[in-house]
Design a protein around this ligand. Structure first.
Ligand SMILES: NC(=O)c1ccc[n+]([C@@H]2O[C@H](COP(=O)([O-])OP(=O)(O)OC[C@H]3O[C@@H](n4cnc5c(N)ncnc54)[C@H](O)[C@@H]3O)[C@@H](O)[C@H]2O)c1
Length: 245
């Protein structure tokens, strides 16, 4: 696709790294005016130096500030929630402050950004909500229980947004990545070792990691006019992990 998003205004949370950065780059290539929102100032400013996009420095867990930042940035046609943090601990080893933090970033922030952008989308009678969940949200996760619960919540919330907003011309869909080669995954492998990496590849039918660009291609499609009749869906970009090995 070229120019598939010409004139569209897009907000991508977590857009300074990994999947979110690949989506923001792809959106710019397709003609969108992209804004990335991230708590990592250095990485966000580096993106601004390299690509024609705007950067908002914010922590998505700080709901009030998040809403104010988005309101100040104006209206958006496309929202992608990609900001997220993973979990590598059995449930018995997690504390209430830890699980609240994971839920705040991985689930509640999706509520807050959606709440902030929806009124303008409804008024414009057009919108694309795209949330990055995870196959963990469909399958559960050993060592990632709260993460999986948050991502499962994102999937259910997105379906609800599809139901409530179809009449406004707004679609809402989820992308559920499998193991994607990003800084998040590389940090997990650095801590968990080569066996963890082989296990991740082995959990996919295609026996490899995915790339951030492969997720971005799905996001461009879902954001484009070509996906106008698709809503309430969860698209696995996971090398076939969704149907098991
Ligand atoms: N990489 C994978 O294998 C994989 C698999 C399934 C789902 N996902 C999901 O994809 C999304 C992107 O992950 P990634 O692999 O690109 O990770 P990443 O760590 O490379 O990028 C995540 C970005 O989110 C930002 N972020 C994190 N917490 C934030 C906060 N509180 N406020 C603002 N920004 C914040 C980080 O600064 C970073 O720029 C996440 O939602 C993740 O759960 C990733």
């Amino acid at each position: 696709m070229t120019g598939a998003l010409t004139g569209r205004r897009a907000l991508v949370t977590g857009g300074a790294s990994g999947i979110g950065a690949a989506i923001a780059r792809a959106f710019v290539r397709e003609g969108a005016q992209a804004t990335i929102l991230d708590r990592d100032r250095r990485a966000g400013e580096a993106m601004v130096g390299e690509y024609e996009l705007a950067f908002i420095e914010a922590d998505v867990a700080d709901t009030e500030n998040l809403r104010a930042c988005i309101a100040a940035a104006g209206s958006f046609d496309i929202l992608v929630n990609s900001a997220g943090v993973d979990q590598h601990a059995f449930f018995t080893a997690t504390s209430p402050p830890e699980w609240r933090r994971w839920l705040a970033i991985n689930l509640e922030a999706v509520f807050a950004t959606t709440h902030a952008v929806l009124p303008a989308m409804q008024a414009a009678r057009f919108g694309r909500l795209i949330n990055i969940a995870s196959e963990a949200g469909r399958r559960g996760s050993r060592g990632g229980s709260v993460y999986a619960a948050a991502k499962g919540g994102v999937i259910a919330f997105t379906k609800s947004m599809a139901l409530e907003n179809a009449r406004y011309g707004i679609t809402a869909n989820v992308i559920a990545p499998g193991p994607i080669d990003t800084p998040m995954l590389r940090r997990a492998v650095a801590a968990g070792g080569e066996r963890l990496l082989e296990g991740m590849k082995g959990a996919t039918l295609l026996q490899r990691l995915g790339t951030p660009d492969e997720v971005a291609a799905a996001a461009v499609f879902l954001a484009s006019d070509a996906a106008g009749y698709i809503t309430g869906e969860t698209l696995g970009v996971s090398g076939g992990m969704g149907i098991g090995t």
